[in-house]
Design a protein around this ligand. Structure first.
Ligand SMILES: [Fe+2]
Ligand SMILES: [Fe+2]
Length: 416
């Protein structure tokens, strides 16, 4: 823990204590209700049920606010602060090896965020709108700006600056606010209209659907790991392509970020890039290992790898929408590629991106029969093939990345 983080934690703890003192003066702390225990225990159970509870997880964050939303309408900000502070405690702290300062950071963060959100709710009810729904919205915004803002501040101060993107911060914020606000309203109406039992039933329902969603992500992660293991097999069969798919995945990520496509599409394209040559598993070892230029016959066999890859994975439901990207990753913009000879925008965007990233790796790595190209030669080669093999618009983007130095690492020590 560096000095900045220590200072941040100290300031955060002081703010928390000052907030509790101020609230205890402003509000009636003796207005004890059974709801205080009910919400604290509910939150405690939920915080500790989560399988994905960790320091940076927004999962625990997003389930806390929905429970606190109905609580805000019944209890004063002092009690909301205390409920959030106590109720979000991870009792499995020892088992998960969470250091004490992260534990303290989390407690104070939830306390401050919930306390200030409850104050905003009260102020909004009195001065902006007597409407509970509108005031709860302002409270939700306050909660997440403080909550996510503090998490990002601590990551920033920990020196992990490169992991923070302003866009990701905003996306996280907007997503968290809307999902939690909506769930919070559902819980609010469940509690006020149908009582505690119905409220708990709705929480169980939220958990079932959430676990369903996360188990899908887990399956996908496991699947990607299996595929990556397959690729290690290909790498070991063919030393010239060692690390090729991984590098192509990285280049694809850079190009996707540059052209600003939507996050879920981007993720699919990058995943496909990482496994784009999976079909080489079926290509004869002799051909893969060959140090010489391939004969026509051998080249014909090698060309089949994009279809092999498609065939291999097409029965997997969660992938079959994206496999077109693999199938067409050797199509040419002018229609002279394979396997189908489609051209221009008929070729899926992912395949066009993959094609330039794939070629970029081949050019900058070199082969036994061809020296690796330097920066200027690579740019020249891409310009020469723009509109023939490559989508000219994407070539412009790649050349800009090269000129900005974002791909400089690829030009170092690559002359095999
Ligand atoms: Fe390929
Ligand atoms: Fe490739």
């Amino acid at each position: 823990m560096n000095r900045e983080v220590k200072l941040f934690l100290a300031i955060e703890s002081i703010i928390f204590i000052l907030l509790v003192i101020a609230e205890s003066k402003l509000y009636n702390i003796f207005s004890f209700k059974i709801d205080i225990i009910f919400f604290t225990i509910t939150l405690l159970i939920l915080s500790n049920l989560s399988l994905f509870l960790n320091f940076q997880s927004s999962t625990s964050t997003s389930i806390s606010l929905p429970v606190l939303i109905p609580a805000m309408t019944m209890l004063n900000p002092f009690w909301i602060t205390i409920i959030a502070f106590v109720g979000t405690s991870e009792l499995s702290i020892k088992k998960n090896n969470i250091p004490w300062f992260k534990f303290l950071f989390n407690r104070c963060m939830f306390g401050i965020a919930a306390g200030l959100a409850a104050i905003v709710y009260d102020l909004s009810l009195s001065f902006i709108s007597p409407n509970i729904i509108i005031s709860l919205f302002f409270a939700s915004i306050t909660y997440f700006i403080i909550n996510i803002g503090m998490v990002y501040a601590i990551i920033y101060l920990s020196g992990e600056k490169q992991k923070i993107s302003y866009n990701v911060f905003l996306q996280e914020l907007v997503k968290s606010i809307f999902i939690s606000y909506f769930l919070g309203l559902v819980l609010y109406f469940s509690y006020t209209q149908f009582g505690k039992v119905f409220f708990l039933l709705v929480i169980v329902l939220i958990y079932i659907t959430r676990d369903f969603f996360f188990s899908r992500i887990q399956v996908l992660n496991t699947f990607t790991q299996i595929i990556e293991s397959f690729l290690k097999v290909i790498d070991s069969k063919d030393h010239y392509t060692e690390g090729h798919c991984e590098r192509v995945g990285n280049y694809t990520k850079k190009v996707c970020n540059k052209i600003n496509i939507n996050p879920s599409k981007k993720e699919k394209i990058i995943n496909m890039a990482k496994i784009h040559d999976i079909g080489k598993i079926y290509v004869d070892d002799e051909i893969l290992k060959s140090d010489d230029l391939l004969s026509d016959e051998e080249f014909k066999e090698m060309k089949k790898h994009s279809e092999y890859g498609y065939e291999l994975l097409k029965d997997i439901d969660m992938l079959n929408d994206d496999l077109e990207i693999i199938l067409h990753h050797h199509e040419f913009y002018n229609g002279n590629g394979y396997p189908e000879g489609i051209k221009e925008k008929e070729i899926p965007l992912g395949s066009r991106i993959l094609n330039i990233c794939d070629s970029f790796d081949v050019m900058t790595t070199g082969r036994s029969y061809k020296k690796a190209l330097n920066k200027e030669e690579t740019i020249r080669e891409f310009k020469r093939c723009a509109g023939k093999q490559f989508d000219p618009e994407l070539v412009d983007e790649l050349i800009e990345l090269i000129k900005n130095g974002e791909l400089d690492g690829s030009f170092e020590n690559k002359n095999i």
